[in-house]
Write a protein that binds this ligand. Structure first.
Ligand SMILES: NC(=O)c1ccc[n+]([C@@H]2O[C@H](COP(=O)([O-])OP(=O)(O)OC[C@H]3O[C@@H](n4cnc5c(N)ncnc54)[C@H](O)[C@@H]3O)[C@@H](O)[C@H]2O)c1
Length: 381
């Protein structure tokens, strides 16, 4: 088996989720490449050393540029805040490294376009971690829609609710709180949470052409961890938008970090002429399915435990009936990326496909300012 030497940038939430995936994937999937945890990179030497030792990385770097210079790195995994994605990805592409980049692709569409242009030039394999596509129940929804089981689709309804920024005492910026700093995050819940909902929506139901949105920043000023000063908050704390798909269906999306009682309540529902599908991240191994063509007396929502051998990815894990969890979506993501290398058929979403979500986020944020319906810029084929 060939080796795939990984250079990881960032050791936070995603640094851990991805490291776990790289370590496990070859135990459960038969692939042509085996990831090797070659180097972990972050600015704080002591912290990255502790991380590298814990996860089994062979070496560390404290400057991502040094990591890119290394001949022994095949793939660079960008797990750093959003404002670093473009610079690192473009440099990695120029250095001839394959790139796995966390979502959102970039701070905005303009940055995303530059990234797409660069990887199209270098032709290096690239992929963005929209991992929810690879939760087996979500992949099953995609299979059923592609098979035409739902018939014409009328509605898509998604929400992603959290409650962790309600306190006005919470500072913005710096470790852990870069998501509240517009200069590090690019946007608030739109790029952070709705980007996931949008990626899933367009994957399942095709292009979005128009949006109208409202956003709110409930806490207008917060102390900035890096400057020590109280500064205006530039991110959207909450966002709700309506959308029209190219296929004629209508959508509603809502996200907030101010829904007391909700930690990561990501749900979507799709209503078609024959059937409906509902999925809930809190019960991620289940898909709720309603089939109108069932015999009337027995018709009702079925709660399908997506754990059987013929369900997506599940033949790779335990015996039927035993469920898997959140972290496995990242294992599947790596497996599909490597499978794409093996077959020379890139796994999606690549940078270009992730740019579609970026354009939708741009249109949402623009609409929230103008108060108008905004057309979504379409990615050229
Ligand atoms: N796919 C998902 O479900 C998902 C979930 C969470 C986060 N994300 C994305 O992953 C990325 C990272 O988010 P996170 O939650 O892991 O953040 P985090 O704050 O937990 O970790 C960020 C890491 O980046 C490192 N970093 C910051 N500046 C750096 C620099 N100049 N050089 C090297 N390393 C640097 C930090 O040391 C830290 O280890 C973001 O783009 C975020 O949107 C995706």
């Amino acid at each position: 088996m060939k080796k795939l030497n990984v250079g990881m940038i960032g050791y936070g939430f995603m640094g851990r989720a991805h490291s776990n995936a790289f370590r496990k994937v070859s135990n459960f999937f038969d692939l042509g490449y085996k990831p090797v945890l070659k180097a972990a990179c972050a600015r704080d030497e002591a912290k990255i050393k502790t991380f590298a030792d814990k996860w089994g990385y062979e070496s560390i770097e404290t400057d991502w540029r040094k990591l890119l210079e290394r001949k022994d790195i095949d793939v660079v995994d960008i797990c750093a805040p959003n404002n670093l994605h473009k610079e690192i990805a473009i440099a990695a592409s120029k250095a001839g490294k394959m790139i796995l980049c966390e979502k959102p692709l970039a701070m905005n569409g303009v940055e995303g376009e530059a990234m797409v242009k660069e990887v199209e030039k270098s032709k290096i394999p690239n992929m963005v971690w929209y991992n929810y596509r690879r939760v087996p129940a979500v992949t099953l929804a995609k299979q059923l829609i592609n098979e035409g089981k739902l018939g014409k689709i009328f509605h898509f309804r998604a929400k992603f609710l959290q409650d962790w920024t309600i306190s006005a005492d919470l500072p913005q910026g710096g470790t852990g709180l870069w998501r509240l700093d517009i200069n590090a995050a690019g946007s608030g819940v739109t790029g952070d949470l709705l980007a996931h909902c949008i990626d899933t929506a367009i994957w399942l139901n095709g292009p979005i052409v128009k949006v109208t949105a409202m956003t709110e920043t409930f806490i207008k000023e917060r102390k900035h961890t890096l400057t020590g000063k109280v500064e205006p908050v530039g991110i959207d704390d909450a966002c709700a938008f309506l959308a029209r798909f190219a296929n004629g269906s209508l959508a509603t999306f809502e996200s907030t970090r101010y829904a007391r009682g909700h930690k990561a309540e990501y749900t979507f529902e799709i209503n078609g002429e024959n059937a409906s599908i509902f999925w809930d991240l809190h019960d991620l191994h289940r898909m709720e399915y309603f089939e109108h063509r069932d015999e009337g007396r027995l018709r009702g929502w079925r709660s399908i435990h997506v754990t059987d051998g013929d369900h997506p990815y599940m033949d790779k894990w335990w015996v039927p009936g035993l469920q898997i969890g959140y972290e496995h979506s990242f294992v599947h993501h790596v497996a599909d990326f490597i499978d794409g290398l093996d077959k020379n058929k890139p796994a999606m979403p690549d940078f270009k496909e992730a740019l579609v979500t970026q354009y939708i986020c741009d249109a949402v944020l623009k609409s929230a300012k103008t108060g108008d319906w905004e057309d979504v810029k379409q990615v050229k084929p």
